[in-house]
Write a protein that binds this ligand. Structure first.
Ligand code: URP
Ligand code: ZN
Ligand code: ZN
Ligand code: ZN
Length: 484
């Protein structure tokens, strides 16, 4: 049974043109004029784009004494309703737990996914077991990205020696290192000081994580990556200080990518000064929302290409869970939702405002991500042979975002009340129409795991001058006497 998307305009990361798309067996089998299929989807007035890929989610993740509320079912349903057809979730070993053990937990949870998904591996501790297991995680499981938390001291944080060892190992395996860049030691100091001074409310979360802690960590991670040659992906870039470090590294020819979130692009620090405790706490995430200057920097990065992708870091907690932190902001579970709103919010605030072209929109929500994570062109493309993960985007369709109408399982939405114009008419996951004019037709368990092979070369200069930095004892004749 074939399907054809008719009368639409195809928009990819580099082309805009009118053509129909014929689908069979979950794949695109033909692109061209006047195609016929068993079932027709009318795309008149719409753009036919690669479905979004969210490279950063935390579904049903154990974190800060609880579990993030959206699981692989509600999370991927939310994703599809907003035009996202693939998520990449972080498999998170508890400190001391093996990598394959943690992956088993993620395999069990992800069986309910409505759309395709992949995993990044988190490196939450370091030891021989992690070193050994990394090889099979990369080669057998097809996971080529490993995240290191430079924050969350006493829980998930890894130190510089551990990061250096892990980055070196990843470089030898052809994998990519990722970092949550915040100086966890300084955050811990500032948090203790704020609490001792009686600053217990959610606004203190923002004071405890100023842009400098992010900029310092981003610079440090870039330097450690450079010493080991590993390509580096910096998640949730929220400020000019981190962006500046990424710009500089890229100008120097280093493979470093920066990932801003839709939340940091569109919400600012004033959210934390709302008089309603719940309002502020619901927006507590790390790094926190910043001021308009930082937002401008992130938009400029997307325009110039110094920042490569837009994610959500979807890690959704209910109001009840957020209230674990009443009286102590450090106990508010860190994280916000956004899976459902990333594409409409970025279209509304990016494309409709003239900040981004439609092609740039496709690049930063899908194609660039597929390329960096190495699942292109199976994902992130409108090409014959690619998976039919597509969104038929209606630029005239609008709505007001409200928690009451969302797919996410939490009881609020950080974008509540925001108007968006630009929404899916259809979202297709491997050819299955999961969203049909606002109607949800997802199939629990339809999603499949996407393997991603390592293919990113380490950062190498062509000359051999670097060999001079390899330690080589110099043989000397005139050795002075010691102990004089
Ligand atoms: O606050 C956040 N970002 N929570 C999710 C975990 C992480 O740090 O990515
Ligand atoms: Zn993080
Ligand atoms: Zn995250
Ligand atoms: Zn179907």
């Amino acid at each position: 049974m074939t399907k054809v998307i008719k009368n639409g305009t195809i928009v990819t990361a580099d082309l805009t043109y009118k053509a129909d798309v014929l689908i069979d067996g979950g794949k695109i089998i033909e692109i061209g004029p006047n195609l016929k299929g068993d079932e027709e989807l009318d795309a008149t007035g719409c753009y036919v784009m690669p479905g979004g890929i969210d490279p950063h989610t935390h579904l049903e993740m154990p974190f800060m004494g609880t579990y993030s509320t959206d699981d692989f079912e509600s999370g991927t349903r939310a994703a599809l309703s907003g035009g996202t057809t693939m998520v990449v979730d972080f498999a998170l070993p508890a400190p001391g737990q093996g990598l394959h053990d943690a992956l088993q937990m993620w395999d069990n949870k992800s069986g309910r996914a409505n759309c395709d998904y992949s995993f990044h591996m988190a490196v939450t501790w370091w030891g021989e077991q992690v070193f050994n297991e990394m090889e099979s995680v990369v080669k057998d499981r097809g996971i080529n990205t490993f995240k290191h938390f430079m924050a969350y001291k006493g829980a998930l944080m890894v130190n510089d020696d551990e990061m250096y060892a892990s980055f070196s190992r990843l470089a030898s395996l052809g994998a990519i290192a990722m970092v949550h860049a915040e100086n966890g030691d300084v955050v811990a100091e500032l948090s203790a000081k704020l609490l001792a001074e009686g600053n217990t409310g959610p606004e203190a979360h923002a004071y405890s994580r100023p842009p400098q802690v992010e900029g310092e960590a981003a610079n440090r991670a870039i330097m450690i990556a450079d010493m080991t040659g590993v390509p580096l992906y910096i998640v949730h870039v929220s400020c000019e200080e981190a962006h500046e470090a990424i710009r500089r590294a890229r100008m120097q020819g280093k493979r470093v990518w920066g990932e801003p979130l839709i939340q940091h692009l569109t919400l600012d620090e004033s959210e934390y000064f709302n008089k309603d405790w719940d309002h502020a706490a619901r927006r507590v995430m790390s790094p926190p929302f910043r001021n308009k200057q930082h937002q401008d920097s992130l938009w400029a990065g997307l325009q110039s290409g110094s920042l490569s992708v837009v994610a959500t870091d979807h890690c959704a907690f209910t109001t009840e869970q957020k209230r674990y932190g009443v009286g102590d902001f450090t106990k508010i579970p860190n994280g916000t939702g956004g899976l459902e709103d990333r594409m409409p919010m970025l279209w509304t605030h990016g494309v409709a405002t003239g900040r981004l072209t439609m092609n740039e929109f496709v690049a930063v929500t899908s194609t660039n991500i597929a390329k960096v994570l190495n699942c292109y062109p199976r994902k992130g493309a409108v090409l014959v042979g690619a998976d039919a993960d597509l969104v038929v985007w209606d630029p005239e369709k609008s709505k007001t975002i409200t928690a009451g109408a969302q797919q996410s399982a939490i009881d609020y939405n950080v974008f509540e009340g925001k108007e968006v114009k630009g929404l899916p008419r259809f979202t297709l996951t491997r050819g299955h129409v999961a969203i049909h004019d606002g109607e949800v037709r997802t199939q629990e368990g339809h999603g499949k795991f996407v393997k991603r092979e390592p293919n990113t070369p380490t950062n190498k200069a062509l000359s051999k001058w670097k060999e001079l930095t390899a330690p080589r004892p110099v043989e000397r004749t005139g050795i002075p006497a010691t102990g004089v």
